[in-house]
Design a binder for this molecule. Structure first.
Ligand code: GLP
Length: 256
């Protein structure tokens, strides 16, 4: 596991964007796994600068979102379908017909989840999975005690996650109670995983993910077993790490 500590969110964006670009170098049809949330915003902005500068072309890329709410309309501005369109597809120039988000509005979300998982495999798997981490250690919407072998499925959101995400809705009661999320087993099949986290409210989850035992109580800790995971964090998110001498970023040195 490579851990890179950056001075601020902008540097997190630049370093993590470099990792994403490295992961898809030479791929004719790169397959991206994309996350929503505040954490990857600086990463998407850094990728957007590369697209604008003509050094990155994602028009042929395929993309699969990590997760989606169940129980809100796909047209709702906070559905992940809309968030991915606004924050990823449009700014990065992806072809919307090549971008998929789990169908949380399906009449049979369980079947839709299984079909989504199969579609990722049929596309040849994800070259680079972009991730954030929840304050309780979740990745995607794999809440604590999710099976490490889990596949894309319907999940129940914890009260903590619903409170964390209430900032995107008018009222806590409006936050959906269920979701469809790629499973931990699905995420672990990505060839490269790039997780970004910023801010002190992620420091505890980051410590448990990086230094803690691999345990279902912190789903992100499974990334310790990922063959190519890079954790890019700012000083605040790193503030509870004990072994910072191992993690301090040295330009040009990669410690995978
Ligand atoms: C959300 C998403 C996750 C995201 C996490 C952290 O609910 N389902 O994919 O990584 O929680 O979000 P944020 O980056 O906004 O703190």
């Amino acid at each position: 596991m490579e851990v890179v500590i950056c001075k601020d969110a902008q540097e997190v964006g630049e370093v993590s964007a470099d990792r994403v670009v490295d992961a898809i170098a030479g791929r004719q049809t790169p397959v991206l796994g994309v996350a929503t949330g505040s954490s990857p915003v600086s990463l998407y902005e850094a990728l957007e600068r590369r697209v604008a500068a003509g050094v990155l072309d994602l028009t042929h890329a395929l993309a699969f979102a990590l997760d989606e709410y169940v129980g809100i309309s796909p047209q709702h501005p906070e559905s992940y379908l809309q968030v991915v369109r606004r924050t990823v597809v449009e700014p990065l120039g992806l072809n919307p017909s090549r971008v998929r988000v789990p169908d949380g509005a399906s009449a049979d979300p369980h079947a839709a989840a299984a079909e989504y998982d199969a579609a990722i495999r049929a596309a040849g798997g994800i070259d680079v999975q972009i991730l954030g981490i929840g304050s309780n250690g979740h990745i995607g919407f794999n809440e604590p005690y999710s099976s490490f072998a889990s596949r894309t499925r319907v999940e129940v959101l914890t009260p903590q996650t619903r409170r964390d995400n209430a900032r995107f809705f008018a009222h806590l009661d409006d936050v959906p109670t269920h979701c469809v999320t790629q499973g931990l087993g699905t995420i672990m099949e990505s060839r490269v995983a790039v997780l970004v986290a910023t801010g002190e409210n992620k420091a505890d989850a980051v410590r448990r993910m990086v230094e803690g035992p691999v345990a279902a109580s912190c789903p992100g800790s499974i990334l310790q077993f990922h063959p190519k995971a890079c954790i890019v964090i700012d000083e605040a998110a790193a503030s509870q790490l004990g072994d910072t001498e191992y993690f301090r970023y040295v330009a040009g040195l990669r410690s995978t």
